[in-house]
Design a protein around this ligand. Structure first.
Ligand SMILES: Cc1ncc(COP(=O)(O)O)c(C=O)c1O
Length: 376
């Protein structure tokens, strides 16, 4: 993302289908309540490391009612990315091996790298569905010694935009449990499901679930996420608290108030916003049509389409640079997620009319790429 931001910094009038963001702001009622709080002395002090009791209570209720996670404890973090690093620091030692599936979420990959977990086993996904390949996982968990410390998946996926059907998620969970390794599921896009599909979570003493307020409630800049961890695993919460106290101490206090007020507005508000995104998705799918139907995947969940470029464009970053220069639209190169020759397109960040303009530029660029190549 930093490289993409640099790429468009000097460029004029470039539209972004790159960053994984939504265009809406948090619920108005919630923002208005927060506005009244700024003079409260407690807002400027440190708060409880794990999050205030009222917010944790509301989250515990939400997780049980909406996610069927009724035996998990909760800790509030400064976003889901911090939550992931937190889990890696809690569970892994340098030299451990871990498992993820390509195309993978680049920030999760970097969290492993920067914490010394360099033995990252990247498994394949089904080429048609982009679902994690559970047969490969079964073989890998049997053959790898010592056993990988954790397996991680994103559901629904970034960058794939596909969701993991419940039976597959359960199978992955069972394989992890039987092998004695952890499963970490990133549910950042839990509400971003389309066409009647339903998101589900798994719970167990080997499972950690991660959630975020960023996309659902349009709270990217407020930095609030949370970790649901197994209450019955002795010492887990204590280890989490150590890391929390060492790094953010607590999530921003005013942001946690906004999170609580947003939760009170409720998930129906989120679903109303998400419903609108199918129009953007259709625009982006249409824009990708020059690549051919088989080249385009995802869009079942999250805010992403995933597309394969014609065979000769393995250097996807070069294509992304060309799209910026020539067609004034930016997307993410698939190589950032371990898959050269692909692009990730986000359809969450622009309102429909702007998305239409951006999609038009993308379509123009891809038509030219397929027909004439990267003409300067
Ligand atoms: C899968 C996934 N996890 C985590 C994040 C980061 O979320 P947060 O803003 O809560 O740190 C993102 C943002 O793009 C994401 O796509």
């Amino acid at each position: 993302m930093v490289q993409i931001q640099e790429l468009i910094r000097g460029a004029q009038d470039v539209m972004s289908l790159a960053q994984g963001v939504v265009y809406w702001q948090p619920p108005k009622q919630a923002l208005e309540k927060v506005q009244e709080l700024v003079w409260e002395p407690s807002i400027s002090r440190y708060g409880a490391d794990e999050g205030p009791p009222e917010l944790r209570e509301a989250l515990t209720k939400k997780m049980c009612q909406e996610n069927n996670l009724c035996k998990s404890s909760v800790m509030v973090t400064a976003g889901a990315n911090q939550a992931f690093v937190h889990i890696v620091l809690t569970l892994c030692d340098s030299g451990d091996s871990v498992v993820m599936f390509a195309p993978y979420y680049f920030n999760a990959y970097m969290s492993f790298q920067m914490t010394g977990v360099t033995n990252i086993l990247v498994g394949p996904s089904n080429p048609k569905t982009l679902h994690p390949d559970a047969d490969w996982l079964e073989r890998t968990l049997l053959e790898t010694n010592p056993i990988p410390k954790l397996v991680t998946v994103v559901n629904p996926g970034n960058p794939s935009g596909t969701y993991i059907p419940e039976p597959l998620l359960k199978r992955i969970s069972d394989l992890c449990r039987d092998a004695g390794c952890w499963l970490v599921v990133d549910n950042t896009y839990e509400y971003f499901m389309y066409d009647g599909l339903k998101h589900s979570c798994v719970e167990g003493n080997h499972i950690v679930n991660i959630f975020s307020f960023s996309k659902a409630y349009g709270m990217m800049g407020w930095r609030v996420g949370y970790i649901a961890y197994p209450s019955e695993v002795k010492g887990f919460g204590a280890q989490l608290i150590k890391i929390q106290d060492d790094i953010p101490i607590c999530a921003s206090i005013i942001s946690q108030h906004l999170a609580l007020y947003s939760l009170e507005v409720g998930p129906e508000w989120v679903t109303e916003q998400v419903k609108e995104l199918v129009k953007n998705r259709a625009l982006v799918q249409e824009a990708l049509s020059p690549l051919g139907e088989d080249a385009v995947k995802g869009g079942e969940g999250a805010i992403y389409q995933w597309a394969k470029l014609p065979d000769k464009y393995l250097d996807d970053f070069e294509v992304v640079r060309w799209l910026v220069r020539k067609h004034r639209v930016v997307v993410i190169p698939g190589s950032a997620s371990g898959c050269h020759g692909h692009i990730r397109i986000s359809f969450g960040g622009l309102r429909e009319d702007d998305c239409q303009v951006a999609a038009g530029r993308l379509r123009g660029g891809l038509e030219e790429l397929v027909r004439d190549g990267m003409v300067q």
